[in-house]
Write a protein that binds this ligand. Structure first.
Ligand code: ADP
Ligand code: TRP
Length: 328
């Protein structure tokens, strides 16, 4: 049985890009009987930038609720909080002692943040070591990540190789699992750019009612009249509808847009259809989320059970690593 592991940063309410680009794949993997999934809320990592305890607490809760609402089944996958497994901090130290400064200095995500003028703390610099500890602690085989995180998994491979070269085969080599381009949904935001929390163009997965209408109404459109024939591929609303409609219905909408004339839908129609489709797609998940909100102790219990399973594995790896390098 192979181990799949991924960490999710608790940074605000998860949006449609997070769902179609990551969460859906994570939850989908639980159908595979040859894999066991470990998904954790990367709250230690969040501390490299979070300075708001109440917000962080809420964001952590939100990730747990989101995964459970969208169908993560705690009997088939392990859901836990990173900070419930202190063994990763111990492993992180052991790895830091075999990692060259140069390796960390080459990290794109670190360099990007410096370029943006962020004043880095040490945690931000050593972030990839903590991530390597997360991955190696559970003997992970596969690590589902977005493109921006591939380099961090490769750095993990390097750290594991350095440690193993010195002390013997302690860590298992992980591989990044990146969805192929065809399955990689790049979800546009309200302005047509990539949907991202940091651009403020995102739509919360569970948005509904008036708020959802308001968000969808602000999707970027132009002033071309409905009758004018258009290339559907260039319309943000169509790109969003692609995520929700079945192929037959989608083809019909696109054809009517392409042909134009009296039968062509206006942007208002597309917006209305998008709102309906989103409401319907996430209706069950929304209900499940409400149910978990009413029973917070159940969520706590799921996270506690997840932490227990995760810790048992991480402790075994930690013991192996300590013994190998001479600390036992
Ligand atoms: P954000 O840009 O909102 O901060 P993150 O960088 O935290 O999002 O992304 C978390 C996960 O969601 C990553 O796996 C990332 O690839 C995926 N993701 C984020 N935005 C999108 C998007 N617009 N389209 C597809 N996937 C996305
Ligand atoms: N760095 C990842 C992100 O920003 C989150 C993360 C932390 C992670 N530890 C991990 C992802 C281990 C995969 C495996 O999205």
């Amino acid at each position: 049985m192979k181990t799949v592991l991924s960490g999710i940063q608790p940074s605000g309410r998860p949006h449609l890009g997070n769902y179609f680009g990551a969460i859906r794949q994570h939850i989908g993997l639980q159908e595979r009987s040859d894999l066991r999934g470990y998904y954790f809320i990367a709250d230690y990592h969040a501390l490299t930038s979070s300075r708001e305890p109440a917000l962080l607490r809420e964001a952590v809760r939100d990730v747990a609720l989101t995964y459970l609402a969208l169908g993560l089944d705690p009997s088939r996958a392990v859901l836990f909080r990173q900070s419930d497994v202190k063994e990763v901090c111990e492993l992180s130290w052991l790895l830091s002692c075999v990692t060259g400064m140069g390796l960390l200095e080459r990290a794109h995500s670190y360099k990007d943040k410096l370029a943006k003028g962020l004043k880095p703390n040490v945690g931000l610099f050593t972030y990839p070591i903590l991530m390597a500890a997360d991955i190696l602690a559970y003997d992970s085989d596969l690590v589902p990540v977005g493109k921006d995180q591939i380099q961090h998994v490769e750095m993990t491979q390097d750290m594991a190789a350095s440690f193993n070269a010195l002390y013997g085969e302690v860590f298992r080599r992980p591989e990044p699992l990146v969805p192929d381009e065809a399955h990689l949904a790049k979800v546009p935001g309200l302005d047509g750019e990539k949907m991202s929390k940091s651009y403020g163009n995102d739509v919360w997965i569970f948005e509904s009612g008036k708020e959802l209408k308001k968000r969808v109404n602000s999707v970027a459109t132009d002033s071309r009249p409905p009758e004018e024939p258009k290339d559907p591929a260039g319309i943000v609303l169509v790109q969003l509808l692609e995520l929700f409609l079945d192929a037959a219905e989608l083809a019909q909408w696109k054809e009517r847009i392409r042909v134009g004339g009296a039968g062509a839908p206006g942007y208002g129609h597309l917006k209305q259809r998008l709102v309906e489709a989103m409401e319907a797609r996430f209706a069950d998940a929304r209900a499940r989320r409400d149910e978990y909100l009413r029973h917070p102790a159940e969520v706590d219990a799921i996270l506690a059970r997840g932490a227990e399973e995760a810790r048992a594995r991480a402790a075994a790896t930690r013991d192996r690593a300590l013994a190998a390098c001479g600390l036992r």
